[in-house]
Write a protein that binds this ligand. Structure first.
Ligand SMILES: Cc1cc2nc3c(=O)[nH]c(=O)nc-3n(C[C@H](O)[C@H](O)[C@H](O)COP(=O)(O)OP(=O)(O)OC[C@H]3O[C@@H](n4cnc5c(N)ncnc54)[C@H](O)[C@@H]3O)c2cc1C
Length: 382
């Protein structure tokens, strides 16, 4: 068993930190208040190889291993969870789905532009009546010769405002199917941008499909194989989101600890008060436990095989740690933690999403319970 990062991983980590500190952190507050993610920042991220982070070099990818990719998302999330989620949705949900399930033609057409940041990906699975129960989706895929016509409504599509390519899930004659739908396809309309509690620099849109016609060749994976495409993508995304939770929690402690050394009350820095030390120490312990869980899960995914329960453990624990830690760090900073001119309020709002996005915690518990009760003659269903 090896716990240390190798030399390459350490080098990557330094590079990620450099980018987060220089390019994101100074702009994160303004971006959040203005609810924008500047295109030049994404382009710089692409130039660093982040938008093709886990793609092979053949497609201009950076070919990061799972642990390095987790560290990338963790580090970006420390500076801005919006940036981390935007990039993770693009890489983990869309680009990697094309790599894993796409034909050579799909890969040739999309992966290089995606790695270069010319085309961003959006994942359109959730619908008004299909949330946790994703397979209840009602969007229809009607076969017409060599074409497919898509009709339905998709909600809360991350990157909806900026994506050039959507991975759309619909019910076809043989079950759930996944289709690559370029943004400019007639019949696809990007609608309402959802205002959100946190992640305000990322965009979440409704996407309407009305008589949206694509070639059958745009289907990703087998006929009726969409649920496999969706599940694999959501597993990858769950690890990335767990890494984002680690990043936001760890940075919250850094910020609050610094504040506690500078804020003087009753004649001493509040860091000298045991209540404050306990908040920070307890948080640090949880973060360290989460760190090894996230890296181990990322490593497990790299090994192949079914890691769905492990993924669920990491996602659920990360959601809890990120929420609890950012909540405590707001407390450490007192009124300054609550004011929007300081970064803690943003971190607290951003962290809250982790118990919902990418599959809510309650559903992660179901997957863990399925593993625990496996072979005990009890059927565990959501
Ligand atoms: C910020 C954000 C970004 C998102 N981005 C995308 C995206 O890019 N693409 C996409 O397709 N979707 C996206 N989603 C949708 C997201 O994946 C869903 O919100 C999530 O799957 C849960 O669905 P729901 O919100 O409809 O909740 P519901 O399914 O309605 O659940 C409501 C509550 O009931 C609980 N519940 C439901 N079923 C059970 C059960 N069987 N047992 C116990 N409890 C249960 C849930 O855990 C939750 O607490 C995004 C959501 C958010 C918040």
């Amino acid at each position: 068993m090896e716990f240390a990062l190798n030399e390459e991983q350490r080098m990557f980590l330094n590079m990620f930190r450099d980018f987060a500190v220089k390019e994101i952190a100074p702009r994160a507050e303004d971006m959040d208040h203005e609810e924008t993610l500047p295109p030049d920042m994404l382009q710089k991220a692409a130039n660093q190889g982040f938008l093709g982070a886990t793609l092979p070099e053949t497609y201009f990818g950076a070919e990061l291993d799972g642990v390095s990719y987790a560290m990338l998302i963790e580090t970006l999330a420390g500076a801005s969870m919006s940036v981390a989620v935007t990039i993770a949705a693009h890489v983990s949900l869309v680009a990697m789905s094309i790599l894993e399930h796409g034909t050579e033609a799909h890969k040739e057409e999309w992966l290089m532009p995606m790695a270069a940041g010319e085309v961003l990906g959006g994942f359109a699975l959730t619908e008004p009546d299909a949330g946790s129960d994703v397979m209840a989706l009602q969007t229809r895929a009607t076969l017409e010769g060599e074409e497919v016509v898509l009709d339905g409504v998709k909600t809360w599509v991350t990157n909806g405002g900026i994506a050039g390519l959507f991975l759309v899930f619909a019910r076809g004659p043989e079950g759930v199917e996944a289709f690559l739908v370029p943004r400019d396809t007639p019949g696809l309309t990007v609608g309402y941008r959802e205002p959100t509690l946190g992640l305000r620099s990322a965009t979440f849109h409704t996407v309407y499909l009305e008589g949206c016609r694509v070639k059958l060749a745009n289907r990703l994976g087998e006929a009726g194989g969409g649920s496999v495409v969706a599940q694999r993508a959501m597993d990858r995304m769950a690890v990335a989101l767990a890494a984002a939770g680690l990043g936001v929690a760890a940075d919250a402690v850094e910020v609050a600890a610094q504040f506690a050394t500078e804020r003087v009350q009753f004649g001493v820095p509040i860091a000298q008060k045991q209540a404050i030390q306990n908040y920070v120490a307890e948080s640090f312990i949880e973060i360290e436990a989460l760190r090894y869980l996230v890296y181990r899960t990322a490593w497990l995914i790299d090994q192949g095989g079914d890691a769905s329960a492990d993924v669920a453990v990491a996602k659920a624990f990360s959601a809890r740690v990120a929420r609890t830690v950012t909540n405590r760090m707001v407390q450490v900073m007192g009124g300054y933690g609550y004011m929007e001119d300081y970064p803690m309020a943003r971190k607290y709002r951003d962290a809250r999403t982790l118990g919902i996005v990418g599959g809510p915690t309650e559903l992660q518990f179901v997957r863990v319970a399925q593993r625990i009760f496996a072979g005990r003659d009890v059927e565990i269903v959501p």
